[in-house]
Design a binder for this molecule. Sequence first.
Ligand code: IMP
Ligand code: MG
Length: 176
Amino acid sequence: MYSDAHIKMLISEDQLKTRVREMAEQLTRDYQEKELVVVAILKGALVFCSDLIRHIALPLEMEVLGVSSYTSGTETTGEVRLSFDLTKPLAGKHLLLVEDIVDTGLTVDFLINTFQARKPASIRICALLQKPARKRVHVPIDYVGFVVEDHFLVGYGLDYAERYRNLPFIGALKVV
Ligand code: IMP
Ligand code: MG
């Protein structure tokens, strides 16, 4: 187990469950009669996305996408690249990009620009968390689970140096 001394719980497992279900219900209403492709952005969004899709009551396709933002410690350098692409064409489909957290906005901005060229019917962003304090580019986030303050967060898919992704709640890492 992880020592509690390093992590302060911010969003409980129950709060996550309730909010994820609400978001899925909203998506179910918004994507009626549409060809929906839900894309989990690896690795952070995997946990959120797998819970989310189980409450979307629509036929949908699920894809995964790898992006790397170069980091030094906990800071992004601002450069993003695609490390694992989608396997199917997007033309005419409704694309929902699922992110764990929108921080500077650079990742989502890069992905919107990249995928617009493939002529999907629509592109929307669904993020579990949004950290407005660190925004560097403006990107509209269509679905947001929780707006959070400027802490470094871990758990429920989010990592620090690849650790803590398996925590069932979201916590703030106390850097000592
Ligand atoms: P952005 O491009 O700065 O918006 O952030 C993109 C990625 O940085 C997210 O998908 C996360 O993988 C990572 N990230 C940003 N903030 C945090 C955090 O507080 N904890 C863990 N990962 C984070
Ligand atoms: Mg991520």
